[in-house]
Design a binder for this molecule. Structure first.
Ligand SMILES: [Zn+2]
Length: 760
């Protein structure tokens, strides 16, 4: 019993340290030395460049004003900023004219350069104070500090780019056409997907052994892991670094992801800026940029690393190719110990096999129970969206569930397996897992490999003697358990912020795996017997039940963590019919909105190119001029007809688009003279096969679009334009949206569309 209490105390201490290690550093005051990064100074800059909480998407007058203030800041700091203007298109054919701000600090060795980047545009729905106002302010504060250092070996290029939210357009334009882009060897990028939390190094270029080594040496508060990197690679998310990496740049990508509920909403505002996160951005990026600029950039070795930070203080890293060898040595050492114990009758084969079955049964039970609990909470309305919402009770529920199952099953299997059956069963699996993971995805391997290695070594004094030694077996059980918690807890805590409610079952499985080394210690509970021993698994079971109950009964949304509900006005100029369209992310219409108009539910939304369910209500037919789509020139080839057209918004809307139906076989599209890549299958299937070409920064004269379609078949395209916000007639709907709901991303919009027949 004493052994289990001391294990619990050690686990609790490691959990507390892991949690504390995830906190960003204390902000430095405005009086900090000139060579240091001060979040207070950076916040001052942020307030100057984003003077009001106004959304400023690419192409908007508000965005022009922000850019003007960024240019002024750089000039004041002694730089000669330039504005690079270019028309560019994203891979999903969303185009805009972007205006990047670029400046440079020359190094002593010409030829190669380091890029420091952030984006200044916001989404239409929110002011983007954190995404990416803090990144922009951090670049400016770093630009100030760099002037206080001796000239670096390689030049440092500052890029504060535009149109990131519209599809990484500014970064594309820089890489494609800015003359300095060819000098860049490494990039440091700053962004965010929330408004708080630690600035996490979550992505690197191909030579990550080299870049992580530099980061580990110079960052005062490193926070990273090759697990975060491996998980991120599986997600469809993108930042400007995607473009830099594709251009062959090495480097480091930092973001913070706390309070994800604010991301791309009006709550990404100045009130929610977290000074500590901003400080962490600076403490990561400033030393990284200086170290990269003073390193040998000629040809960093293309080696991968396994790496992780410990309690936000230290970084441990090694070359990924060493991992498989380490895993094999560990597995052999453990197998030899198991064989030795069997030979000396310290362990029977049955006990060993029951230990192995126990491990498997524990994880299988955890998976099934977590899956059922997740379904139950979802059915009861506790997790209306598959994303981040109301995390605390959910996290407590799934952690507790995993703990309860671990203890209960260890007690169950202890009768047949005993202490050593459970110990050898657990570590045989872990060493096997180490070999497989080290071989398949070395970046994930350290969480199992290091504890298995500790077990293989800490086990020796207990397994080698022919007689049982209580103290030695305690060490053999507790040390690798501590290593497992030490390496696993931080990643398990971050998992929810990383992937939201989709992560609940993985969280339980991760916690279950991290705690399987507890099994041999739980065997003591059987000998302790009586009520005391049995009480233990009931504590986490009750906690899990209470937390699950809280997740269900406490409303999922609040004013601080609202649900995403966009409202649209759509006028179809051909039928003269207009509609209100409400799209709640949860699929459920908030009660006050439902009462405001006579809504009907449409499972497939309002448009043939959309799949998301929506609620539709009749709206007044307002006098809004539809966009024009004028054929300027037609040329007829053997099989196809080529058009040159002009898409123009008659009401001066910032966004306009043309939609081609699935069977139109449109090809060779150019927008504003720029050839567009054919849409990928992924984007086509998202739009039911429709092909969409959009311009997000319309000029008064319109935008030219040329394309070809096959002869002999009539094609009817739809032209639409979009303004941000609703017409005044929609005021009653805006008022009906409760405080627990918010627009997000594009926000509320007004659409006017018309159909245009092309020649058969
Ligand atoms: Zn961003």
């Amino acid at each position: 019993m004493r052994r289990i209490l001391s294990s619990a105390a050690i686990l609790a201490a490691i959990f507390a340290l892991s949690l504390a290690g995830l906190a960003p550093p204390r902000p430095k005051p405005a009086s900090a030395p000139a060579t240091e990064f001060s979040a207070v100074r950076a916040l001052d800059t942020l307030h100057r460049i984003l003077s009001t909480d106004t959304p400023h998407p690419v192409g908007s007058p508000a965005n022009d004003a922000v850019r003007g203030r960024i240019v002024d800041e750089l000039t004041r700091l002694g730089y000669q900023p330039q504005v690079q203007t270019a028309f560019d298109c994203a891979e999903y054919a969303y185009c805009a004219t972007v205006n990047n701000v670029v400046a440079r600090l020359d190094g002593t060795e010409p030829g190669s350069a380091v890029l420091l980047a952030a984006h200044y545009d916001s989404v239409p729905a929110g002011p983007g104070d954190s995404d990416d106002g803090t990144g922009t302010a951090a670049v400016l504060e770093i630009a100030r500090a760099l002037k206080a250092f001796p000239a670096p070996r390689h030049s440092i290029i500052l890029l504060i780019d535009d149109g990131e939210e519209a599809g990484l357009l500014g970064a594309h334009a820089f890489v494609d056409s800015h003359p300095w882009a060819k000098e860049v060897r490494a990039a440091v990028n700053l962004d965010s997907r929330g408004t708080s939390g630690q600035s996490l190094l979550f992505e690197t270029g191909g030579a990550n052994d080299w870049a992580v080594r530099l980061y580990a040496r110079h960052a005062p508060r490193p926070s990273s892991s090759s697990i975060a990197y491996t998980v991120y690679k599986q997600l469809p998310n993108d930042t400007d670094f995607t473009v830099f990496k594709a251009a062959g740049y090495e480097g480091l990508n930092f973001a913070y992801i706390g309070d994800e509920v604010h991301y791309h909403t009006p709550l990404d505002n100045s009130a929610n800026v977290d000074l500590a996160s901003l400080q962490h951005h600076g403490e990561n990026a400033l030393p990284a940029v200086v170290a990269l600029a003073n390193s040998d950039l000629s040809s960093p070795p293309q080696k991968e690393a396994v790496f992780f930070s410990v309690f936000g203080r230290w970084m441990i890293h090694w070359q990924a190719r060493r991992t498989l060898g380490l895993a094999l040595v560990t597995a052999i050492l453990l197998l030899l110990q198991i064989g030795w114990m069997l030979r000396n009758n310290r362990l029977t084969l049955q006990q060993f096999l029951w230990g192995m079955i126990g491990w498997l049964a524990t994880l299988a039970t955890t998976a099934v129970a977590a899956f059922l609990l997740a379904r139950l909470i979802h059915a009861a309305g506790g997790t209306p969206v598959n994303w981040v919402a109301y995390p605390l009770p959910l996290e407590i529920a799934f952690w507790s569930l995993a703990i309860a199952i671990e203890i209960a099953l260890a007690m169950l299997f202890a009768r047949r397996a005993g202490f050593w059956g459970l110990w050898t069963g657990v570590w045989a699996w872990w060493s096997l897992l180490s070999v497989v993971i080290a071989w398949q995805t070395p970046g994930l391997s350290y969480v199992v490999l290091v504890p298995a290695g500790v077990a293989a070594l800490a086990g020796l004094p207990a397994t080698l003697p022919r007689r049982e030694n209580g103290a030695a077996s305690s060490v053999a059980a507790i040390l690798p358990l501590a290593a497992s918690a030490f390496l696993g807890f931080a990643s398990a805590i971050l998992l929810y912020d990383g992937i939201g409610n989709r992560g609940l079952v993985p969280i339980a499985l991760a916690v279950g795996l991290i705690l399987t080394p507890l099994a041999p210690i739980c065997a003591d509970l059987r000998s302790a017997g009586g009520l005391r021993g049995l009480a233990l698994p009931w504590i986490p079971i009750l906690t899990a039940a209470l937390a699950a109950f809280a997740a269900i009964v406490v409303p999922a949304y609040s004013a601080k963590a609202p649900e995403r509900v966009n409202i649209e006005y759509w006028k179809d100029a051909d039928s003269e019919m207009s509609q209100w369209i409400v799209q709640p992310e949860s699929g459920r219409l908030p009660e006050p909105i439902r009462l405001a108009a006579n809504f009907r539910f449409s499972e497939r939304g309002a448009f043939p190119w959309e799949n998301d369910a929506a609620f539709l209500a009749e709206a007044p037919n307002l006098d809004l001029a539809p966009p024009t789509f004028t054929v300027l020139e037609v040329a007829q080839g053997e099989n196809r007809r080529t058009y040159r057209t002009l898409l123009r918004s008659e009401r001066g809307a910032p966004v306009a688009a043309v939609f081609f139906p699935p069977d139109s076989n449109v090809e060779s599209v150019r927008m504003g003279g720029l050839p567009l890549q054919p849409e990928t299958q992924r984007f086509r299937s998202l739009r039911n096969g429709w092909v969409v070409y959009a311009c997000a920064a319309m000029q008064a004269g319109g935008v030219e679009i040329s394309f070809s379609v096959p002869l002999g078949k009539p094609v009817e395209v739809t032209a639409a334009d979009m303004t941000y916000g609703l017409p005044p007639e929609g005021g009653f709907l805006l008022q009906s949206r409760p405080l627990t709901a918010t627009p997000s991303q594009m926000g509320d919009v007004t659409l006017v569309s018309r159909r245009v027949q092309l020649l058969p």
